[in-house]
Design a protein around this ligand. Structure first.
Ligand code: PMP
Length: 297
């Protein structure tokens, strides 16, 4: 495997230094990113990016939040994604990471924190990443709250907002868990560190509504569709933490974790403490979908 990255129109070695120390994205977290998994297909061929159109549309919307006007269109970004995977010679599951960032102050612009008057850059990297679909997860409840939408728009994947996720994971891993649940500022269920939260309560599938200041996850959307097609009712609404402890099943959904059954929450067993029937079925159907056993309607 040869490693390549796309950087502002050129193909470069990601291991070489490319950014100058005045890069504002690094100083202030003023960058946005995406994560796109590409999956080995059942019938062979190169790994196929999953939901790349939706991811790249969200990426461009995130860019807008930071007033970054990329010269690359969504179609260009799709082409870059495919070429990057092909150039790197990766034949198995991998993860593509586009990042758009604030670069240096334009000439004459005074020093300071700002969005206007700052240049921008774009790079896209790829790393091999094996699937972790179905991995049992011990979820801690972090004291760190999800950054609210009134501080950093939560529909955008803004790099700086991930400081809260990193602090939350650090706290929960130190306490013996695998990942962190973050609550909203007013104490309701928000998200995992890099995933959405879904619970089965009886025969209903419930997940926090977007108005709770969560990222509208693409995996969340697919999983809700899969649940509905299995005949279950799905409900998006504010959720209290106490409801999760009493849930029959709980799982995290996101590009990185895919679908991860939560077996303990804050050390307390969820359901019978092993992955439940719904999450096992969803994992099975998700696997078929991403590897193209069945076309996505
Ligand atoms: N919430 C946060 C904070 C995330 O970083 C992610 C990962 N992108 C998700 C939810 C899940 O989103 P998706 O399914 O689109 O990857």
């Amino acid at each position: 495997m040869t490693t390549w990255a796309y950087l502002d129109g050129q193909w470069v070695d990601p291991g070489r230094p490319h950014l100058n120390l005045h890069t504002q994205g690094l100083h202030y977290g003023t960058a946005v990113f995406e994560g796109i998994r590409a999956y080995r297909q059942v019938d062979g061929g190169p790994p196929e990016p999953f939901m790349s159109v939706e991811h790249l549309d969200r990426f461009l919307a995130s860019c807008g939040t930071l007033r970054i006007d990329l010269s690359e269109s969504r179609q260009d970004l799709e082409g870059i994604t495919r070429e990057l995977v092909a150039r790197s010679g990766i034949e198995d599951d991998c993860y593509v990471r586009p990042v758009a960032f604030k670069r240096s102050l334009l000439p004459g612009v005074p020093f300071g924190v700002r969005l206007q008057g700052v240049g921008h850059g774009l790079f896209v990297t790829v790393v091999p990443m094996a699937t972790r679909l179905g991995r049992a997860t011990r979820l801690g409840v972090s004291t760190v709250r999800r950054v609210p939408d009134v501080s950093i728009p939560t529909r955008a994947k803004v790099s700086g907002a991930y400081v809260a996720s990193a602090l939350a994971v650090d706290e929960c891993v130190a306490a013996g868990h695998d990942d962190a649940l973050l609550l909203t500022v007013d104490g309701r269920v928000a998200e995992g560190s890099t995933s959405n939260v879904v619970a089965r309560i009886g025969s209903s599938v419930v997940t926090p509504s977007i108005d709770q200041g969560i990222l509208p996850g693409l995996t969340r959307k697919v999983v809700l569709e899969l649940a509905r097609s299995a005949g279950l009712q799905t409900i998006e609404r504010p959720i209290e933490l106490a409801e999760l402890y009493a849930a029959d099943e709980l799982f995290l959904v996101g590009t990185g974790v895919e679908i991860a059954p939560v077996v303990t929450l804050g050390g307390v067993a969820i359901g019978s403490g092993v992955p439940g029937p719904l999450v096992l079925d969803l994992c099975d159907r998700f696997e078929k979908l991403v590897r193209n056993h069945v076309p996505r309607s």
